[in-house]
Design a protein around this ligand. Structure first.
Ligand SMILES: O=C(O)CCC(=O)C(=O)O
Length: 280
């Protein structure tokens, strides 16, 4: 299903676009789940952008245990195998899901960032499967700086808690002000210079990206075009639990502790279940 060339591409670039990985039933299930999810979002859901035409970009996460369609996708779809195969891991654990929903014409572009430095885990072998549930053109899809998953430096954390036009109170938010090491490179002002890659994609296609890759953009949609994206995050061989003193987003430290997971542990338990083994 996945070729050696595609695995090489992921190893080199930190990102690979895979075509027709999920059949129309998986896409329909996720889309149905997302519709239900948006009717009853979690307490973490937040509008990241609302413009003068009331066009929005909404984010929510960690809904898989309450949206049956997500849980089925996580446990039974090819996603775990895709993640493990592309990362060349001996097995994978599930981490969490996040959705990114833009209403038609939303001009919001996701700030450039890396994911893993925000997380309550540490490791090179972490990836996201980014799946649009509608057609998306390359210029509106998530963009990636190839090779940046191996950049050997820590960047400032963008504080996503600032994206709160509706002034929602009690949002998960870390104080990242002490983390400054180096400013995030200004990829948005010179995408060609950074070699930014993105793809025209159809429902069923996915992009798998290493969670240390610099990514951002997406959005800037035509007036009649929405964007509904489901992402799932996966943990491979070298990953350990890590509670970062500089802050986390999302911060899993409390729930991990409740499940008996401590810094330095390998992922496990019903919170981060093992869902695929290479030997199987
Ligand atoms: O789809 C987007 O706009 C952002 C996605 C993203 O940053 C992620 O999945 O980590």
């Amino acid at each position: 299903m996945i070729t050696a060339d595609q695995i090489d591409t992921y190893r080199r670039d930190g990102v690979v676009c895979l075509r027709s990985m999920f059949d129309s039933q998986w896409v329909a299930q996720l889309d149905h789940g997302l519709t239900r999810h948006l009717e009853e979002p979690t307490s973490r859901a937040r509008v990241w952008d609302r413009d003068e035409f009331d066009r929005t970009m909404l984010w929510d996460s960690m809904a898989w245990k309450r949206i049956a369609e997500y849980e089925r996708f996580v446990r039974e779809s090819p996603a775990a195998e895709i993640a493990g195969t592309v990362m060349e891991s001996s097995g994978v654990n599930y981490f969490f899901d996040a959705v990114f929903v833009r209403s038609p014409g939303s001009q919001f572009a996701t700030p450039w960032h890396q994911d893993e430095p925000y997380w309550s885990v540490h490791g090179f072998d972490t990836c996201t499967i980014w799946m649009p549930l509608v057609s998306v053109r390359a210029e509106n899809a998530l963009g990636f700086v190839p090779g940046s998953h191996r950049w050997d430096r820590a960047y400032d954390h963008y504080d996503f808690g600032r994206l709160n036009p509706d002034a929602k109170s009690e949002i998960d938010r870390s104080d990242f002000s002490a983390t400054a090491d180096a400013a995030v490179p200004d990829v948005a002002s010179d995408p060609a210079g950074f070699g930014v890659m993105s793809w025209d994609m159809e429902p069923g296609d996915c992009v798998v990206f290493n969670s240390r890759i610099m990514h951002g953009g997406s959005g800037k949609l035509p007036d009649d075009t929405p964007l509904r994206v489901f992402t799932s995050k996966w943990l491979g061989d070298d990953v350990r639990i890590a509670f970062r003193s500089e802050g986390m987003d999302p911060d899993f430290s409390r729930i991990m502790t409740e499940y008996g997971l401590q810094p330095g542990d390998r992922p496990g338990t019903d919170l981060l279940p093992r869902l695929w083994e290479a030997s199987s």
